[in-house]
Design a protein around this ligand. Sequence first.
Ligand code: UT7
Length: 322
Amino acid sequence: MTRRSVVLGTGSALPARAVSNDELAERVDTSDEWIRGRTGIRTRYIAGEGETTSTLATEAARKALEAAGVEAGSIDLIILATATPDQTFPASATKVQAELGIKDCVAFDVAAVCSGFLYALTVADSMIRSGAASRALVIGAETFSRILDWEDRGTCVLFGDGAGAMVLNAEESADGGRGILASKLHADGRYNDLLYVDGGPSSTGTVGKLRMKGQEVFRHAVVNLAAVLKEVLDIAGMTVEDIDWVVPHQANARILEGTARKLGLAREKVIITVDQHANTSAASVPLAFDLAVRDGRIKVGDVVIMEAMGGGFTWGACLLRF
Ligand code: UT7
């Protein structure tokens, strides 16, 4: 038997307001045809007044706790992946902790942008396997709409807001049992200037806006994601045939298709939500995961592989038996 991190429940949250491509085209020089054709995006959710990264994260966490059937008080670790925290500090994870009424636990944020959830999941899994934690709430939550340059049509149409969460529980698991089986993370800071925010507390003293060289990010994404998926399968001693579902970071439908093709993965096994949510950065993987659990596609016992790549560059993948 091996001590593993088993997913007990998932949850997600979206802002109240959905914004269609046509609605965006009223104030940005773009069109539904361009956005759908180049990215697959049809709509995105945009946070309104009173909706922040921590409020979305808290709602997703509550739903994950409910699905898991456990009390908030039993959580001893909260890791929140975000690049858009409510404030520079305190960590938004501690705000979620307070909202959930958890008196004492470990709580911190992880900043790895679009790969943030996989970074958070891997850290939580390491802490669970080492015995440093026994029940964790891992959340990806973002309000990217607040760091978009609404004058830059090359980026502002691509992103949306949202949150997703998972409850992980330490369990003794047999070979072939449930739990996180393998994960692999990467970063290469030489590519900082391909995807970044042009501000920050220590450089400009401002929040800044997102900047991206989309085509170059696209090229790296397909290569890096296919490679890291293969790496994780090798670590677990599995092959593409063993995978029931792929839950990828939802940046662009063409990246998802390109990566699946490169690996020889059937398109029907790829969970796609980019059409509904656009790119929600660290929230995209847990949001898509929760959707597929709730609509009955991902079932207990299924082998699921998750992947993401984002600013840094950072990228990674994680394989689990649900
Ligand atoms: O989550 C982090 C990871 N991020 C990603 O993975 C994003 C990766 N990149 C991409 O998904 C794609 O590169 C984009 C969707 C961002 C852009 O697609 P593209 O096919 O690379 O287009 P492009 O940037 O080369 O632009 C093509 C044309 C340009 O016009 P010209 O120069 O050919 O006349 C742009 O000005 O499309 C124009 N354009 C637009 N037109 C209408 C750019 N944005 C828009 C827009 N509406 N919103």
